[in-house]
Design a protein around this ligand. Structure first.
Ligand code: UGA
Length: 429
């Protein structure tokens, strides 16, 4: 047994596994629980169900401290702090579906020495309603802490070990102190606050970052009309400390499991409490339009898309992940096929996931095969290997000449030097 406090982690999805591996790395014994027996069995065999750089190695390194089980009692017997990392997907109405969270809450026993530590992203006010539930069921000694997660997919391990901040919302009891102690070895400021505020920090942060992206995408669209270059504009803006350079990359819009879900959840939360959050409607709308704008660019250069062969480089919602949730490629491939085009695509990691979600397109083994005989190639996800492409080779195999750089990730000069036509997002150079 290590000297550090053992913990339980309920839910071995993306956040749960990274949290478990991270705390094991910091020295805690971690008791991971999931209702999915098959997944637990695979984890016991050392098989990692998601693709996340560095995670498999971190889990292998800390194998001795990581324990996997389908029995909640295994965690309850050994740990006071039970980190909850179950899914909170959006419902049809856009509200977060809290059924998995409630199942965990209902499964808790009467106890005066346990605490739930909420890692799942939940609407502000969830902690208060869970505490009410505890009280109503005679579990009022069960403590509750909100400890939102700010990990980014693709760099989650690094983000866990080097966070910008740790936010802990609690009722000023032992549980908040215990969570603060767990994180104390990390070199990061801690924000200790109340539960409602901690929950709101998470939603507001994601909504703000999404707003930044929709804002720069609209600037890019205006740049296209006025002859300015959004990359130059973002550089000039980002040097202002108050703005900062990050999340000012114009492109084909944001995707993933978090931004679309959380922006909608915050909008709904505001609406449900009688406040119309106008700005967020626009953030969502701009993002949806941005995913589709590339269609107009293709038509501008190619005329009709009927019978055209269009190559897509990248399918995942961003590089270094196989996550296809809310990926721009989903909308784009459907739109292209509806317009009569043949779509051929390659993604270094996400092809298996993509095959489950996208029908009617061809998958190519590499980027050059995507380009072969294509009338146009669209960079959808900025994987490093696409940035490093030799465009002389690309030009040699294409039928047409159009390269649409949907992430402003390519060197326009190199593309043009190969005799190709370069079109980015909001770029004049
Ligand atoms: C996001 C947040 O960045 C994390 O802090 C948060 O913990 C996480 O959601 C969550 O709530 O779980 P993630 O969805 O993994 O993380 O990915 P990001 O790197 O933030 O990218 C989101 C989307 O925005 C991607 O589609 C990306 O292509 C797009 N993006 C990002 C842009 O279009 N422009 C940018 O400048 C930055």
């Amino acid at each position: 047994m290590s000297e550090r406090e053992p913990i339980g982690v309920i839910g071995t999805g993306y956040v749960g596994l990274v949290t478990a591996a991270g705390f094991a790395e910091l020295g805690s014994d971690v008791y991971c629980v999931d209702i999915d027996a098959d997944k637990i069995e695979r984890l016991k065999q050392g098989e990692i169900p998601i693709y996340e750089p560095g995670l498999e190695e971190l889990i292998a390194k800390n194998r001795e401290r990581l324990h996997f089980s389908t029995e909640l009692s295994d965690a309850l017997e050994r740990a006071r702090l039970l980190f909850v990392a179950v899914g909170t997907p959006p419902t049809y109405s856009g509200d977060a579906d809290l059924s998995a969270v409630h199942a965990v809450v209902n499964a808790m026993p009467v106890s005066d020495h346990h605490a739930l530590v909420m890692k799942s992203t939940v609407p502000a006010g969830t902690g208060t309603s869970i505490k009410r539930l505890f009280t109503a069921t005679g579990k009022d000694q069960f403590r509750y802490v909100s400890c939102p997660e700010f990990l980014k997919e693709g760099s989650a391990v690094k983000d866990f070990l080097h966070p910008d901040r740790v936010v802990i919302g609690d009722d000023g009891d032992w549980a908040g102190d215990a969570v603060a102690e767990l994180y104390s070895s990390l070199d990061a400021p801690q924000v200790r606050t109340d539960i409602n505020s901690a929950e709101m920090v998470k939603l507001a942060s994601n909504a703000f970052l999404a707003t930044k992206i929709s804002f720069i995408n609209e600037i890019a669209n205006v740049c296209e009309e006025t002859g300015a270059d959004v990359v130059e504009v973002a550089k000039g803006m980002g040097l202002d400390d108050r703005i900062g350079p990050k999340f000012l990359q114009a492109g084909l819009g944001f995707g993933g499991s978090c931004f679309p879900k959380d922006v909608t959840a915050l909008k709904q939360l505001a609406g449900n409490s009688g406040y119309h959050f106008q700005l967020l409607n626009s953030v969502i709308e701009v993002n949806e339009l941005q995913k589709r704008r590339v269609m107009g660019k293709l038509q501008k250069h190619l005329g009709t898309l009927v019978g055209r062969r269009i190559g897509l480089l990248g399918l995942a919602f961003k590089p270094n992940t196989d996550d296809m949730r809310e990926a721009t490629s989903l909308v784009l491939s459907a739109r292209l096929q509806a317009a009569g085009a043949t779509v051929i695509a390659h993604d270094p990691i996400a092809e298996d996931e993509a095959r489950k979600l996208i029908t009617g397109i061809e998958f190519a083994p590499d980027a050059l095969e995507v380009a072969r005989d294509a009338d146009a190639v669209v960079l959808v996800t900025e994987w490093d290997q696409f940035r490093a492409l030799d465009f002389e080779q690309v030009a040699a195999v294409m039928a047409g000449t159009l390269i649409i750089d949907g992430r402003n990730a390519l060197d326009p000069a190199a593309v043009r030097a190969a005799g190709l036509t370069y079109e980015g997002v909001g770029r004049s150079h």
